[in-house]
Design a binder for this molecule. Sequence first.
Ligand SMILES: [Zn+2]
Length: 266
Amino acid sequence: MGRVVKIFFELFFSGHSPIRLFLTRITQLIVRIEAKNPIQLFGLILFTFFIQSKLLACSPGSFHADGNKNKKAIALTFDDGPGEWTLKILDLLDHYQVKATFFMNGDQVELRPELAKEVLKRGHEIGDHTYSHINFYTYERKFGLEKTKLKVKEEIQKSRDLIVQATGKSPEICRMPHGYHRSWMKEIGKEFKLCLVNWTFGKDWLKISEDRLLKEYLQNIKPGAILLFHDGGRHREKTLNLLPLIIEEAKKRNFSIVTIHQILEP
Ligand SMILES: [Zn+2]
């Protein structure tokens, strides 16, 4: 029995959300079948609550692609900025009184520190998106694992320093470029005290029609969804056109629109 519990916890704390979710469901099932008296039931409910909170909490080294699916909320996230489109997006978010999350690249913060500061001033959350947006899948193939680990650390640190310099606040969340994820990233997350966040859905950088994009984003307004957009880079007209329609539809369906930390609250 001791060994089973040990394996359970090792798997649970491995940082892989699907495994955690599976184990949580199994525990919930055991609660239903096994609890024979109120004290046992209470204990098991506490235990599942503990597991649920560990599963969702945004903590150093934890990795998430979705938020809390029990909450009728979505999170809007914007990558690769601050850029030419950031201010327009900030004004739009203000108009709808919505708070979002911006994953910034250090090289862009270096160019526009005042804009990074403005994002924070308007009440949005800022995350690290590394310094220069390297595709680490390609980098890993080319240079091997050890060099990649060093480069990832260097890129996160460089970006963090610039964000702190511009805003006075150190990011607590990180989204790797291209959603790069490896099991050892958990250790890097712990070292830099960063929670790692990918996304549920996002396609605004693809060359597809505005109609199709809108349809797909609207289909993905689901409890706990983390939606990805871009404020950095050029030609974000489509993003800017889609946003009001997505926000209005979410509000119409009684979804709240929250930041990454909020959507990951248990
Ligand atoms: Zn990016």
